[in-house]
Design a protein around this ligand. Sequence first.
Ligand SMILES: Cc1cc2nc3c(=O)[nH]c(=O)nc-3n(C[C@H](O)[C@H](O)[C@H](O)COP(=O)(O)O)c2cc1C
Length: 285
Amino acid sequence: MNFLEQLQAHRSIRAFKSTEIPQPVIDNVLHSAIRASTSGNMQAYSIIVTKDDARRKELWSLHQEQDMILQAPLLLTFCCDWSRMNQWCENSNANPGFDNFLCFMVGTGDTFIASQNAALAAEAQGLGICFMGTTLDNATPISKFLKLPKHVLPITTLVIGYADEKPDLRTRLPLDGVIHQEEYQSYSDDDISWIFDKKERSGWDRYMTYPDLRERIEKSGVQNLAQVYTDLKYPKNGNVAASLELFDLVEKQGFFNHQTETKSADSAAPSLGVEPPLDSPNMDD
Ligand SMILES: Cc1cc2nc3c(=O)[nH]c(=O)nc-3n(C[C@H](O)[C@H](O)[C@H](O)COP(=O)(O)O)c2cc1C
């Protein structure tokens, strides 16, 4: 399979063999992860490797008991990490300003990009992967378990191993439903019906093939796929509760320091969100 074919054959794997992954294969995954682009080449992330059975079991319970974690031999937790950069700056008599919301966003982006590189490298070597959204839902206990210091936050986790299933490709919205030429085109209700038509039918049919889910759907009185998303899978109460907890953790980990040395933030000063002018020497290193 060439690289484009691999990208387009992606499916998440949720059943794994217990077969060990040779260390050179893992090393390729990790080297590929750290080859990802990062803002200012600061690599504002860390990757925590978990192989130990007992520790995987602990993480399984912190990831809402998703059984694939017990099956697959490798878990990678990707963390937004400014602590290393801060320490280097402080040791070098430099005054870091990376403890704010912008840097939290930038570091989170860097972290996700590195994790996708790892996922692709794993798939390129015949491994299966699944991301764990439960990393953010349970970021507080996961941080404690992994002993994350200040300025470090868990963002996502990859479960990696040899697949014990070959699921069908999941549908995607049609390309024209997600791409905008030159400027954003707002959607009419007809556009929305057209864009979600295939997903609505195939998603509903797929859920109905799982007896547990079918029973939950039937008991709840949910009528369509959108209601499965809003009422069963991701209800607002749960999202708000998880948001409040995450917000507290982000603050506790030191990402909301918006004090400046002058009276107010200087919008003319360069920031991580601003590229250096094109005619300046490349300072992106
Ligand atoms: C950030 C992120 C978090 C995810 N979390 C979970 C998860 O906790 N459990 C799970 O089974 N799948 C999880 N997934 C996988 C998605 O459900 C999957 O990518 C999506 O349904 C599309 O299916 P596909 O990857 O097979 O194409 C996650 C994916 C992403 C990108």
